[in-house]
Design a protein around this ligand. Sequence first.
Ligand SMILES: *Cc1c(COP(=O)(O)O)cnc(C)c1O
Length: 386
Amino acid sequence: MPKLNKQTIAVRHGIEADQHHGAVVPPIYLSTTYSFADFDTKRQYDYGRSGNPNRDILAEALAELEGGARGIITATGMAAVHLVTQLLTPADTLVIPHDCYGGSYRLFTSLAKRGLLQVKVVDFTTAECYQQLIDAKPKLVWIETPSNPILRLTDIKSVCAAAAQVGALVAADNTFLSPALQNPLAQGCDVVVHSTTKYINGHSDVVGGAVICKTPELGEELAWWANNIGITGAPFDSYLILRGLRTLKVRLRQHEENAQAIAEYLEQHPGVEKVYYPGLASHPQHELAKAQQSGFGGMVSFDIKGELKDSAKFLTSVQQFTLAESLGGVESLICHPATMTHAGMDKEARLAAGVGDTLIRISVGIEDQEDLIADLERAFAQLHQS
Ligand SMILES: *Cc1c(COP(=O)(O)O)cnc(C)c1O
């Protein structure tokens, strides 16, 4: 087999799957159980929790896109995050970023409270983080880059080098960029996690997750746990996510083009205090983004000038951006992290993470760029009318 490029893999994987009728789109196998070929002779599949053709096609496609040996499809992104923690026993330390996804932070810290693992929180944007990682002697290091909501980057290769010094595994949550724009396994990580709910499915109509392992051994261990706990994804969801995956790269190209234009528009706008987008030369880690990513993604955050009431006015003035949490769908969404995604944090921690009352996060969709920018312009104009 020739080595194929990403868009070809995403479009073609599984097209030859139906041996019976040659259906070009892999049929959906809803059956929960499969007949035995003979006494004591199982076929490839026996029971739907343990294995399913739709799940396998999606898992193989994602493993190939991430450059891993094996993929595991889970019911949600959080199920994928939880699955990876099965690698840890109560004596093991897990190093996590101070600004990782709120659901992951809550899961890790509540597992630690129950004594199921030890947690050490590190700020991966500081110079001391590598020594802190080494001193913690972790079994596993968790990274998420770029981070939510202010798009800070973690230097993947440096974290992996520090982890290697103490024999720690590294898992990366790659949800914000998807395999189209970043491949953590190629940069030294052992495990990649996705909430496929976001860019991979891309149409805001399925909740799902995936874990991709670099080695067959890790893949085997986590696949065993996924079946054991019972968190594998549904066939119909896998079918829809594969359909979304077909267009991943072309969607991201448009997300990114729109995001870059919006970030540049916001950066020159007098009503804006600060813009956070790795594709801007002014982003403090722009060079790192160019080195470790193959694109800058579709998420843009910014602080508007003013106070909470101005944020509220802005968020309710826009018409082409829907006020909602989540990200990665074809439609543009706008959110106020302080009162929405990050409302669970106490105020001090929230401010320390850069999430103030004037911070606004946009998941830039694939609509026409002019319409999006004109809509933002109208919202700014309304701010200054009282
Ligand atoms: C949404 C998200 C998750 C959780 O995924 P669900 O599909 O909502 O369970 C994990 N990590 C990141 C970065 C996310 O954005």
